[in-house]
Ligand binder design. Structure first.
Ligand code: NAP
Length: 338
């Protein structure tokens, strides 16, 4: 299996004229919540190892933890701020009056409030890439992005990103200020950005694309064999793709990819990541892990080169219309700007 043991990580740019980042990033969300228990010491060790390996494009959000994730990264960044290209997000706000317990806020006054709170938790002066986590349907995107552009002028952020935006929203946003990255779910089992125009819009507008959950929330690794593998409270227990008979149907697809990976001498996770990277040179996946061993394995995906025949073989083994279950519950899907 391809493993990276030294600082040999390649780089990519977020769009043709965008900033340079490690070709594979690190999703930090599960270091504080979502996917079962996280060992704080191992999370810190994973971040330290990422620095050693040159995996310096780190992804967090104010809602992870909530707040605890940014605080964790802030502690690790002390004394080596410049070693990392740090991305965080705002927009989800706990709301006692909303039955979902969370609302989306993209109002300019909230943009200004949220950035100061994130900077404080991260103990830094400037965020490299600041994403709107979900588009606020009640606030024109021009207003939100205008306020984010003001943050660039004020030196509080360097670049603007949007998460789960539509192609039309991205086009409108870019008229106000260049957007550097779009972050949306994208993997072998979630290929919406190919069909909803978002990847095409990124190409046309020179915007980098950052696939989140590129390992299908761990499922594409082939290591999750039963819904009982999830701890109590693991968010994935409520996800349609992991429920009932959907689980086994999807696992059958993963097993086929695992066989292709074995023949290629890499792991299924590495193949899944290499597949995203092969789609466009300005795609930078951010696999999430809270363990050093998996970080090392995932980093090895940069060395897995896929040609057109490999891509065709993988996609034939994993037909998107055979994936069972939606990627989100109806409630969570409603927050996606399609
Ligand atoms: N913008 C958004 O709305 C949004 C939504 C979701 C996620 N994100 C971001 O995207 C990042 C990545 O997404 P994600 O964490 O949801 O999903 P992911 O990267 O597809 O998968 C993460 C899961 O896979 C496991 N894993 C990682 N590497 C593995 C390997 N080599 N073998 C077996 N299992 C492996 C991890 O477990 P361990 O941690 O135990 O290793 C974790 O449970 C997040 O951390 C977050 O920063 C953004």
């Amino acid at each position: 299996m391809a493993m990276i043991r030294e600082k040999t990580m390649q780089t990519r740019t977020l769009g043709p004229a965008g900033p340079t980042v490690s070709a594979i990033g690190l999703g930090c969300m599960s270091m504080t919540h979502m996917y079962g228990h996280a060992d704080a010491a191992e999370s810190v060790a994973t971040l330290e190892r990422a620095l050693e390996l040159g995996v310096t494009f780190w992804d967090t959000a104010d809602m992870y933890g909530p707040k605890l994730n940014e605080e964790l990264l802030g502690r690790v960044l002390q004394g080596r701020r410049d070693a990392v290209f740090l991305a965080t997000k705002f927009g989800f706000v706990p709301d006692a009056t909303d039955p979902r317990g969370v609302r989306i806020d993209g109002r300019p006054e909230y943009v200004r409030e949220a950035v100061d709170a994130s900077l404080k938790r991260l103990q830094i002066d400037t965020i490299d890439l600041y994403y709107l986590h979900r588009v606020d349907q009640a606030t024109p995107i021009e207003d939100t992005v205008g306020a984010m552009a003001d943050l660039i002028k004020a030196g509080k952020i360097r670049h603007i990103g949007l998460s789960e935006c539509s192609a039309a929203t991205l086009q409108r946003a870019c008229k106000v200020h260049q957007v550097t990255a779009v972050q949306s779910e994208y993997s072998l089992w979630t290929r919406d950005p190919e069909t909803n125009g978002v990847l095409d819009a990124c190409r046309q507008l020179g915007v980098g694309f950052v696939p989140y959950s590129p390992l299908g929330r761990g499922f594409l690794s082939g290591e999750i064999r039963s819904p009982n593998d999830f701890e109590a409270g693991d968010w994935r227990r409520s996800n349609p793709r992991f429920k009932g008979e959907n689980f086994q149907k999807n696992l059958d697809l993963v097993d086929k990819v695992q066989a292709i990976a074995a023949a290629k001498g890499c792991s299924a996770s590495q193949l899944a990541l290499a597949w995203t990277m092969a789609r466009w040179t300005h795609i930078i996946p951010i696999p999430g892990t809270k363990r050093r061993s998996r970080l090392e394995e995932n980093t090895g995906a940069a060395a897995v080169i896929l040609n057109a025949a490999d891509i065709a073989q993988i996609e034939a083994a994993f037909p998107i219309d055979e994936v069972a279950g939606d990627r989100y519950t109806t409630l969570m899907q409603a927050a996606v700007n399609v």
